[in-house]
Structure formats: C-alpha cells, structure tokens
Design a protein around this ligand. Structure first.
Ligand SMILES: C[S@@+](CC[C@H](N)C(=O)[O-])C[C@H]1O[C@@H](n2cnc3c(N)ncnc32)[C@H](O)[C@@H]1O
Length: 314
C-alpha cells in the first residue's frame, strides 16, 4: 500500500480564497470599466446572480444558469468555487483508492492526466493542486496534464487564470524555476457538450486519461442524465483499463441512483458511496476575500453536504 506523506512544514501556497479574491476583483474592475457602473452596483449584480443560481439548484428542475454572463461566472467563483475546490481536495485526501491510483500512475509515467467533465472554471484543478502540494515531499515534483471539458466556452478565461495564479505563487514563494516547484501543470480546454455524442468520433483519443472527475455535473445535467450516460459510456470505452471516474455531487438518492445507472452502462465498477457533510478546512479563511464579503453583502458557501464515489474501468 502506498503511504501518503504529509511533510510537517508543508505550506501550501494554494489558498482558494486568496486566488478567488484576485479573480473576482479583476472581473469587477473589468466590468466597471466596460459598463461605467460603480463597484457598488456591480457587487449588487454579483449578489443577484449568486442568489438566483442558488435558487436554481434547489428548484427541482434542470437548473437554468446564465454561465455565459461574466457576472454570473463571477458569482460562481465568489460563492461556490472555494468550497467545491476544498471538497475535491477532501475527496483526494480521504479516498485511499484514488490517492493510491494517482501515485501509482505518476510513478509509472511521471505524470497523471486528469479530465474534468463540466469543469467550469477549473475548480477541480484548484482542489487537486492543493492536495498535491500538501502531499509532496521537499524535492519531489508531480506533473499533471489537465483537460477541462465544458459547454460554456467563456470558462476558458477562468481556468487559465486559476492555472496562472497557482504557478505565480510557486514562482513567488518557491523559485522562478519550474524544476523547483512541487507541481507542474499543462492543460487544455475543450468546448464540449457532454450530453451530445454526435461529434464523438473525432474525440476518442482525447479520453486516454487516468482520472475523470464529474463534480456537481450529474445534478446539473439533471433530466439529461441518459444523454450524459451515453457520452460517459463512449468515454469509458476509450479510457485506459484501471482509469478512475470520480463522481462528486450534492447529497440525495436521485443523484446516487443516476450515478449507479451511469456506471453500470459504462462498465465501471463502483466503490461504496461515501457521504460528507462538513465545513471547509481551517487553513482556508474567507477573510482572505478582503472587502468582497462586505461589498457583495453575502457570505460565500463555506460548507457542503455531498457524496462521492469512484468508478473503475475494468
Ligand atoms: C455546478 S457547475 C460545476 C463546475 C465544476 N465542476 C465545479 O465543481 O465547480 C456545472 C458545470 O457543468 C457545465 N455543464 C452543464 N451542462 C453541460 C453540458 N451539457 N456539457 C458540458 N458542460 C456542461 C456548466 O457549464 C458548469 O460549468
């Protein structure tokens, strides 16, 4: 059994709220400049989108969320990403089968490829980056090739900003040379509708990935889960034997049943479902958001009530 070692002096340098603050502040400044609106008005717009979005996730129908709108994406970054990134990190920390797979692949190939379905702004990358940082011994380096699939092309900008923010922290705090960093990242974004297999013929080779993550995606596609199942089955057919599919989603039997059906159709062996209902880690402080909490007038999400389960391609 591979044992994860957490060095006592491990920093980490990736802090979700700090990174999100920079991204949200920059988006607010751009919006003010483009629209001539005051900071106060832009922050109120962010709040409106945040509240509307939260309402959509609990309305019992397929959520209608205006991700193409930059203010909506800003609201998602502010309100949701830190907690969900922490949850991804938590899953990698708590799931020994997943962590062992990651380390085994890395030992064999010198890199791990991760594909996020409906990855939005790159939440999963943030979570995995912090997990890697916390678990890499001094002098070791982990390489990740990251592929983000989402039907909203505009997320490209956010995922690049997240990647740059992680790297600029390493550059500032560790060394200007990549060889000294605990983690090196390369990545791609592809605009893909994961409920549509019509263009799949050209994509097969894209799916030679070691780990696939579907974080808050099954509940998001909602009634289109049959179509997502078709897409996932095609992906699984092209995925390497032993690759892992990590499903993370809001608590609820509906989503668990959907995941169970999807895995069965795709030929994935599922681990046991694990539940988690807790707060973000204590090394994450929402005070790192600076004046944003006051200006937006609403706290970001700081807890989750979710499950995760890991499927293995056999
Ligand atoms: C709740 S967000 C989750 C984002 C990210 N995985 C996370 O954990 O923060 C759902 C994401 O699924 C994407 N999405 C929804 N339907 C999709 C589809 N049919 N094809 C691809 N992406 C989709 C949305 O654009 C959004 O980025």
């Amino acid at each position: 059994m591979v044992k994860l070692v957490i060095p006592p002096s491990s920093p980490p340098y990736t802090h979700f709220f700090e990174i999100i603050r920079e991204m949200v502040e920059s988006q607010i400044a751009v919006t003010m400049e483009k629209t001539g609106k005051s900071r106060d008005v832009v922050c109120k717009d962010v709040l409106k989108h945040y509240q509307r979005m939260s309402g959509q996730w609990t309305c019992g129908r397929k959520p209608q969320i205006a991700y193409h709108d930059p203010i909506c994406r800003t609201a998602y970054l502010y309100g949701i990403v830190p907690a969900f990134a922490n949850l991804v990190e938590y899953v990698f920390r708590r799931d020994t089968e997943l962590a062992t797979h990651f380390l085994k692949v890395h030992r064999g190939k010198g890199k791990v490829s991760i594909c996020a379905f409906g990855g939005g702004p790159g939440t999963e990358l943030l979570g995995v980056a912090k997990w890697v940082e916390k678990n890499t011994k001094p002098g070791e380096q982990v390489s990740i090739e990251y592929l983000l699939l989402d039907k909203v092309n505009e997320w490209l900008e956010s995922w690049r900003a997240i990647k740059n923010a992680i790297e600029s922290r390493f550059r500032k705090n560790i060394s200007r040379f990549r060889k000294d960093w605990p983690l090196v990242l390369s990545g791609d974004f592809s605009k893909i509708d994961i409920t549509d297999t019509s263009g799949f013929g050209n994509l097969g080779s894209l799916f030679e990935q070691d780990i696939f993550v579907l974080s808050y995606v099954v509940s998001e596609v909602f009634s289109e889960v049959e179509e997502l199942t078709e897409f996932s089955t095609e992906v699984a057919n092209n995925a390497p034997i032993g690759s892992k599919f990590v499903f993370i989603d809001r608590a609820g039997d509906t989503w668990k049943n959907d995941v169970t059906r999807l895995a069965k159709n795709a030929g994935l062996r599922l681990s046991a479902f694990r539940e988690t209902k807790t707060n973000m880690d204590t090394d994450e402080e929402s005070s790192h958001l600076g004046s944003l909490i006051h200006d937006i007038g609403w706290n970001p999400k700081l807890t989750w009530n979710a499950f995760w389960v890991v499927g293995t391609k056999e």
